[in-house]
Write a protein that binds this ligand. Structure first.
Ligand code: FE2
Length: 371
């Protein structure tokens, strides 16, 4: 049984979604479903804490394949709403529901290369989904090449190199694409996130337009699409001789210079738009929206949300699980079989460069905006 709820975005909501790259859907998931999902997350986290069960290899993935999690999409108005807005998609068999416990800022150097407590905006450090993540050189003088580093962290630099997050260094065997692609990142809110500082999902509002333009520029220059392509070095210098993964091209961030904050090392920290949301709300975002789960440094309770990565059917394309940021490869990075004539990498590049072509229900609004 599908629960009742709005199954179509209004014209105004579609315009907002196109402009901002995300939209919040208030109170669209029944509390009965969010309650049992939050309960499952807490039960499982408690079992891991008590040593009753082992922690998973990827610590974010301690729940996800249970009906209690996937029902948040499959048994709610979200399925019909997404079908009407995007088009047909595989019902998720997997999601994930990480916990962000409340904590004080620390002096620990994060993946951004700065001490956690020096990063403004509750540690908003936006990234694009679908990138290789793993250990990197710690000192600038260890880096041999900021664009295409060749230290042992990156193995033989082939498409068989897989990050700790399961994402390949390159998607395709020819290493022309270094970013996984799907259509939408969907969040279902399971705990109170009504104030910024409660571990909110936050975005760089409107940046999906810049992201798509950036990929078109990379394509026009004949380069790799994604990290290591034109204007996107995989690593960047940070602070005093530190190194960070370059999760978002500077070209995109530069559109946000005026409202950004700067740390003494000169690094720019663009202003986030935190999603102020409550249990039962959901959000849908465009794949190209830079985003970040921010620090839960004001809340008293664990921040719990369930997330899904969904993709409009690509005829000939792989079946999509619903949690993977690299759905054209297997979960562990395996190469998949495709029908003759189907080139998943070319399709992915086309969609990265024209993401609205995967949103059937947005056609009129997109045409109107493009005037
Ligand atoms: Fe992400």
């Amino acid at each position: 049984m599908k629960h009742n709820g709005p199954v179509e975005l209004t014209l105004e909501q579609k315009r907002t979604f196109y402009r901002d790259g995300f939209i919040v859907l208030k109170n669209i998931v029944p509390k009965e479903l969010t309650h049992r999902a939050r309960r499952l997350v807490n039960i499982t986290a408690g079992q891991i804490m008590n040593g009753t069960i082992d922690a998973p290899k990827r610590r974010n993935r301690f729940v996800g394949s249970e009906d209690i999690i996937t029902d948040l999409v499959n048994k709610t108005a979200l399925t019909e709403l997404l079908t009407n807005t995007m088009g047909p998609f595989d019902p998720p068999t997997n999601g994930f529901a990480p916990i962000l416990y409340p904590r004080e800022p620390t002096r620990e150097i994060g993946i951004h290369g700065l001490p956690d407590d020096e990063v403004p905006n509750h540690a908003f450090f936006p990234h694009l989904d679908g990138q290789w993540t793993g250990p990197i050189p710690q000192k600038a003088d260890e880096v041999d090449d900021w664009y295409a580093p060749k230290t042992p962290h990156f193995g033989d630099r082939s498409a068989s190199v897989i990050g700790i997050n399961g994402s390949p260094l390159f998607q395709d065997p020819d290493c022309t694409l270094s970013l996984g692609s799907f259509t939408t990142f969907v969040g279902v809110i399971l705990s109170d996130q009504s104030k910024f500082g409660y571990g909110n999902f936050a975005v760089l509002r409107g940046a999906h337009h810049h992201t798509a333009e950036f990929f078109r520029r990379q394509r026009a220059q004949g380069g790799v699409i994604g990290p290591e392509g034109p204007d996107w070095p995989r690593l960047k210098p940070v602070g005093d001789k530190g190194v960070g993964i370059n999760y978002m091209p500077e070209w995109i961030a530069n559109h946000y210079r005026e409202s950004a904050q700067y740390t003494p090392d000169g690094l720019m920290w663009p202003e986030p738009t935190p999603l102020l949301v409550e249990e039962g709300d959901a959000f849908i975002t465009a794949h190209g929206i830079p985003h970040c789960g921010t620090r839960n440094d004001l809340g008293a309770d664990p921040r719990i949300s369930a997330y899904f990565r969904l993709r409009r059917h690509r005829p000939g394309g792989a079946k999509v699980r619903g949690d993977s940021d690299h759905p054209d490869r297997g979960w562990e990075g395996e190469f998949l079989e495709y029908p003759d004539g189907y080139n998943p990498w070319q399709v992915a590049i086309d969609k990265l460069c024209d993401p609205w072509s995967e949103w059937d229900g947005m056609r009129e609004v997109v045409a109107e905006a493009r005037g």
